[in-house]
Design a protein around this ligand. Structure first.
Ligand SMILES: Cc1cc2nc3c(=O)[nH]c(=O)nc-3n(C[C@H](O)[C@H](O)[C@H](O)COP(=O)(O)OP(=O)(O)OC[C@H]3O[C@@H](n4cnc5c(N)ncnc54)[C@H](O)[C@@H]3O)c2cc1C
Ligand code: FES
Length: 259
């Protein structure tokens, strides 16, 4: 992990509220794993107190540059969206535990990304595909403009399914509606997105024995394990920190009633 003032290479509007940013940082670009994130300090307007950093998942890297995709959700991401190439981005990263303990068993690896939960799933899909595992990807979004890298995913070598809430692309409805009924071939399931989606996946898995890994997008302050602002409840009555114990967890250790 390091703190860096890194050069922005590009910051492009790629959907109604979606932006893709590429940043020059060899330390991050050469040392991240899917599921890890960067903690970004939005640029501060003169006279205003500094804002807290905002966590965003790393999507990809090439040579000395890495990329992330973000949705403008509020003031922090709005300020980030106004930054220009060659501006300096104050970042800490790569942070958190990514998808480090992937079962490399044969069978189907099902990845599910909802909304801006898709980028870490796309990064993981590429890694699993490189490892020659059988990947099936499900992406759910509000509408066509909210889908992330849809064209690229459609042209990828793994099976890809889309749902949009308004039916503008793919199946109309929620991603949970189209998950397979037959779960016998499944080696593992991985998901990132709204809590409701991740809970519904837990219910869909029911008593099937395959492991289920989630990446949780809790609100964060420090991002480095100090403030406890990102705590998540566990089934044994304790709390774990999303920023350094996660954001990737085995879903079975979390207390979903309290999340
Ligand atoms: C590990 C991690 C990875 C993430 N990866 C991505 C990513 O790849 N792309 C992306 O667009 N977003 C991602 N997020 C969510 C992103 O951090 C928030 O959307 C962002 O911090 C909002 O900041 P803001 O100042 O623009 O909005 P705020 O003004 O802080 O909030 C605006 C709205 O967004 C909600 N919100 C704020 N923080 C979060 C959060 N952490 N999760 C969900 N909703 C939130 C608020 O409740 C509010 O409704 C990630 C979050 C985490 C914890
Ligand atoms: S955000 Fe401070 S401990 Fe996790």
């Amino acid at each position: 992990m390091l703190r860096e003032n890194a050069e922005i290479i590009s910051n492009d509007n790629i959907g109604a509220e979606l932006f893709s940013m590429r940043v020059k940082s060899s330390a991050i670009a050469r040392n991240w794993r899917p599921g890890q994130f960067v903690h970004i300090l939005p640029p501060v307007n003169t006279g205003k107190p500094p804002m807290l950093r905002r966590p965003i998942s790393i999507l990809a890297s090439q040579n000395d540059e890495f990329e992330f995709i973000y949705r403008v959700a509020g003031e922090g991401t709005s300020l980030i969206s106004q930054m220009k190439p060659s501006d300096t981005l104050d970042i800490i990263g790569p942070l958190g535990n990514g998808f480090d303990n992937i079962p490399d068993s044969q069978g189907l690896h099902i990845l599910i990304g909802g909304g801006v939960g898709a980028p870490p799933m796309i990064a993981l899909a590429r890694l699993l595909h490189e490892k020659k595992l059988d990947v099936e990807f499900y992406q759910g979004a509000k509408d066509a403009s909210d889908l992330i890298l849809n064209n690229e995913m459609e042209n990828s070598e793994f099976k890809y399914h889309v749902t949009t809430e308004d039916g503008s692309i793919g199946h109309k409805g929620l991603v949970i509606d189209i998950l397979p009924e037959n779960t016998k071939q499944i080696a593992a399931v991985y998901a990132c997105g709204p809590i409701g989606m991740m809970k519904a996946i837990l219910k869909w898995r029911d008593n099937a024995g395959f492991p289920y890994f989630v990446s949780i997008e809790n609100k964060m302050a420090c991002g480095i394990g100090v403030c406890l602002g990102c705590s998540a409840p566990t089934v044994d009555g304790k709390y774990i920190r999303t920023c350094i114990d996660g954001p990737v967890f085995n879903a079975d250790i979390l207390d979903w009633e309290k999340i």
